[in-house]
Every structure is written in C-alpha cells, then in structure tokens.
Design a protein around this ligand. Structure first.
Ligand code: KG4
Ligand code: ZN
Length: 346
C-alpha cells in the first residue's frame, strides 16, 4: 500500500496544508507542508475573531494546497485521500477545511477522512527525525487542553489526568493579556520571562500535591492578577519578573505531574505535544528531569508544535496504516466543534 495523503487544518487561527506519504510499514513521511498564521490579523482584537478566521481560511486554503503540490512536483490527481480537521475547534473555521476537503474528494473521486485535532497534536512527534515508539506517556498541552495520557498505539489513548478548569496554554495567554503582552500570550510571556527573575514572586502551584494527575490553572491566573494589581504603577518595571514567576509556576506543575505519570505507569518514554510544547523552560526542565531517570523525551519539531496541516495528514496516515479507520466517500461533511478525545479511542 502506498497512499498520498493531503491534510488540511483549519480549526482555529492557522491554515495548514501538507502532503504525507504512507508506504505501509514504516512511519509515514512528510513530503511538504505550508502554513498561514492569522496571528497578525487577530492581534488588533486581542484574540481570535471566529468570523474573520473562517473568511481567511477560505482565502488561504487553495493557494496553500497549490504551494505543497508545487514544492513536491506532484499533481492534485496523485492524491489518494484528503484528510481534514473535523474537530474540536471553531465551527465556521472547521467547516472551511471540511468543505474544501469534501469538494476535492468528490471532484477527484477519492475518499476523505475527518481527523481529531488533538490526535494530530498527539502524533505530531512522529513527524520528527527521531520519532517515538509506542507505548508512551503523552503530555498534551495546547491552547485549550492539558492532558496526561497513556498511549499504547494509534487510537489507544487512556486519559490519566486533565485540567479541571483552564488549560496551561490559557494560563499563559490570560496572564500575558493582563500584563498587556497581547495575543497570543504564550510566546510573548516566555520571551519576556528570559529577562526576569523566576523567584521574584511567590505564585501558587495548583494541585501540585493532589496525588492525582489532574491540573488546575484558573487560580494561578487570579494570583497573577492580584499580584499585578498590587504592583500598580510598578508593574511596568517588574513585568519580566512577573512573567518569569508565572512561567516557572506553570512549568513546575507540568513537569512534576508528568514525572508522577511516568512513576505511576512505569513507562520509560514521554511525548510532549501541543503549542505549549514549544516552551523553552518546559523543554529544559523536562529534559533534565528525564535524563536523570533515563526516560526518553520526544517533541514535535518546533515549527510543528502549534497548529499545522502536517499533523493532520500524519494522524490520517497512521490511522489508515494501523487499520483503525477507513477513509470514506461520504462527502456530507459534518464537523465537531466539541469532540472529546475519548470518542475516537478503541
Ligand atoms: O496547540 P496550539 O497551537 O493550538 C491549540 O490547538 O490550542 O496551542 C496554542 C497555545 C497557546 O495558548 C499559546 O500561547 C501556546 O500554545 N504557546 C506557548 C508557546 N508557544 C505557543 N506557550 C508557552 N510558551 C511558548 N513558547
Ligand atoms: Zn492545536
């Protein structure tokens, strides 16, 4: 079996398109990917404006498709399957990718496959030059999700713990916003934190000693707000310290809970996926802690931590290759703005 899979991501504020080749046995290969980020467009509003996001996906998706075809020298009629993000995400934005995928599928008379966005993140480390092997513990830290999982194979995901309120990405974004760092806050906050003292402010480490693998970040955001208010006019001068202290609190909880998941499961391998996985401090601390325990850590390539089409094409390739799912010719596209990962587990 050799399949050429076109992947389309449009769940939020990035349009991503990619081509992946699945040859049957080995890990599928990324041939090309192209991305357009809407960050600049949404920056003026301090966050994603869903209607603007949908309209921009419409503008970008076909030129990006042409770009990956051009880069690989392949023609559209060489594509065997069109994969798209079916959910979770913004309904209108998802509909653009689903609509284009189904239209292409119908026009080319080839099957389509709706992919779970978080499964895309989860499997994105397989796109790296040092792909993991099953089984592993996964720390999935995207803008809206923070979950620890035991992953035994494609579709075999057991959630060990998750956030009971805000996600780690939200804690970064909301803290950054109240410090006036704009959107998206995570990268801005972590850049500023490089110049700050992480011990300057004592911030809570929620649920650190709860004994389970759940997270809670809403209280941390409130503590950052209280601290910012206390500082008043001084905030401008102490912003880097507050950013560093906030980042340290979030990262400490993520690292300690991941280590606890490794201890509890006896696993020797961990995979970090999702946008927050791009955070340098998280990588440094997790790498150091895992090196001590002789645990292997895998990350997606930095450019593939945040949303992209490559992870969608890859997840589709791995699902098809493992026999977990078949692509279909039912072009009645339905998207799932809310879609728990458990729903696709076997
Ligand atoms: O996975 P992702 O691109 O989108 C979702 O599926 O949600 O994750 C976006 C999240 C945002 O919260 C963003 O602030 C965060 O990832 N993020 C970071 C960094 N880069 C992106 N957070 C901390 N440090 C970073 N370097
Ligand atoms: Zn994402």
């Amino acid at each position: 079996m050799s399949l050429l899979i076109l992947g389309i991501e449009s769940s939020c504020d990035e349009t991503g398109v990619a081509l992946v080749r699945a040859d049957g046995s080995a890990v599928p290969r990324l041939l090309a990917h192209a991305l357009h980020s809407q960050i600049e467009m949404h920056q003026a509003y301090g966050g994603v404006v869903p209607e603007l996001a949908s309209r921009d996906h419409i503008r970008r998706v076909l030129p990006l498709t042409e770009a990956v075809l051009h880069e690989t020298g392949l023609r559209l009629d060489a594509v065997d399957v069109v994969a798209y993000t079916r959910g979770p995400g913004l309904a209108g934005a998802l509909l653009v990718g689903a609509g284009v995928a189904c239209a292409l599928g119908a026009a080319l008379d080839i099957p389509v496959l709706g992919v779970h966005h978080l499964e895309g993140h989860l499997l994105s480390p397989f796109l790296s030059s040092d792909p993991p092997e099953f089984p592993f513990i996964a720390l999935l830290v995207s803008g809206g999700h923070t979950q620890l999982m035991r992953v035994d194979g494609v579709g075999r995901y057991a959630i060990l713990g998750e956030t009971i309120d805000d996600a780690a990405g939200e804690a970064f974004d909301k803290s950054a916003k109240l410090m006036g760092l704009g959107y998206p806050g995570g990268p801005a906050l972590s850049r500023l934190a490089e110049q700050g003292d992480a011990k300057a402010f004592k911030l809570p480490r929620p649920l650190l000693h709860s004994g389970d693998l759940d997270f809670s970040f809403a209280g941390l955001k409130t503590a950052v707000l209280t601290q910012a208010k206390k500082l008043g006019d001084e905030l401008a001068a102490r912003k880097a310290d507050l950013a560093a202290s906030t980042q340290a609190a979030i990262v400490e909880v993520l690292v300690k809970k991941t280590l606890a998941a490794l201890d509890q499961s006896g696993m020797r391998r961990v995979v970090v996926a999702g946008g927050v996985g791009a955070n340098r401090l998280l990588r440094e601390q997790l790498n150091a802690a895992c090196a001590k325990r002789q645990v292997r850590v895998h990350y997606p390539e930095l450019a593939l931590c945040t949303d992209n089409g490559a992870m969608i094409a890859m997840a589709a390739a791995m699902r098809l290759q493992s026999g977990q799912q078949q692509a279909n010719r039912d072009y009645a596209f339905d998207v799932k703005p809310r879609w728990p990962l458990d729903a696709i587990c076997t």
